[in-house]
Design a protein around this ligand. Structure first.
Ligand code: ADP
Length: 269
């Protein structure tokens, strides 16, 4: 079993804070009601995972999260036979468990997974809502409360790792982006407990850095990094140390780029 799997998060847990950016909560509820699979796309750290955790708790559904990577196969999702005390025993994968028991199966960064995973995702993501388990000869019909959700980051997309239109067109797609400054400030305050004036400065830094068209930067600063930085500041670290560690260094390995990022930060702090 893969170490990146989180099986069946408790649906009775407290609803995690999620600050909506538009109509995504209502849209998701409608998609669930109509048993439509959902695709979340957007840059890293902009709230996709938090949104799914929030929705799963709100809808009272267990959440099965799989962080996809380039070695992840269909068998990792569906399950496999394992040897147990001399016997071969079938072990459900997270996708099979979610289909059997109901709940949301969330495949994070789905385009990273091996191509053979599309074979199991296709019949599940159209109106058949079926999961064929070749190894056991079972054909599982997904219950009404099963929902397939996948996410990916179009920013990383390249010729080899794009999502095929034939797969993409099976999902209701929702685009996530960094929140507006007012909402991002609210999120940073809520998540870190930092003072509003500091949250405002951090959001200003984010705005400035996101405007930079630096080709050395694969991605710009995320809301997640602002929250990290706010937490470090809140516990008394000097801003130079906190901003370097939580903003500049995570964004680039190139020392000159980090220095340039620190210059932008210094002008605002
Ligand atoms: P993603 O899955 O898009 O990479 P996450 O959902 O893990 O990003 O978000 C990273 C962090 O940023 C969260 O843990 C949370 O602290 C904060 N965050 C980002 N967007 C929101 C939001 N809309 N509401 C609440 N928290 C958010």
């Amino acid at each position: 079993m893969n170490s990146s799997l989180q099986l069946g998060d408790d649906p009775t847990a407290q609803t995690p804070f999620y600050q909506p950016q538009a109509e995504e909560v209502t849209l998701f509820e409608h998609a669930y009601r109509h048993q439509l699979p959902v695709l979340l796309k957007g840059p890293t750290g902009c709230g996709k995972t938090r949104f799914i955790r929030h929705m799963a708790t709100k809808l009272g559904l267990p959440l099965y999260t799989v962080a996809c990577h380039d070695d992840l196969t269909a068998a990792d999702l569906v399950g496999r036979h394992l040897l147990q005390e001399g016997d071969t025993v079938w072990n459900d994968g997270p996708l099979t468990r979610a289909v059997r028991e109901g709940g949301i199966c969330y495949l994070d960064e789905v385009v990273e997974a091996r191509k053979d995973t599309t074979v199991v995702l296709h019949p599940l993501s159209d109106d058949r809502r079926e999961l064929p388990i070749e190894r056991t000869g079972e054909l599982l019909k997904a219950p009404d409360n099963f929902m397939l959700v996948v996410s990916y980051n179009p920013g990383y997309q390249n010729v080899f790792k794009g999502m095929k239109p034939s797969t993409r067109q099976r999902f209701v797609a929702m685009r996530f982006n960094f929140p507006t400054p007012a909402l991002e400030q609210k999120i940073v305050i809520k998540e870190s407990g930092v003072a509003p004036a500091i949250a405002q400065q951090l959001v200003e830094i984010a705005q400035a850095l996101r405007r930079l068209q630096d080709h050395d930067l694969e991605e710009s600063v995320s809301t997640r990094l602002l929250v990290y930085c706010a937490s470090l500041l809140n516990s008394g670290l000097p801003w130079q140390i906190a901003c370097r560690a939580a903003i500049a260094e995570p964004l680039s390995d190139d020392e000159d780029t980090v220095t340039a990022l620190m210059d932008v930060i210094t002008a605002i702090m």
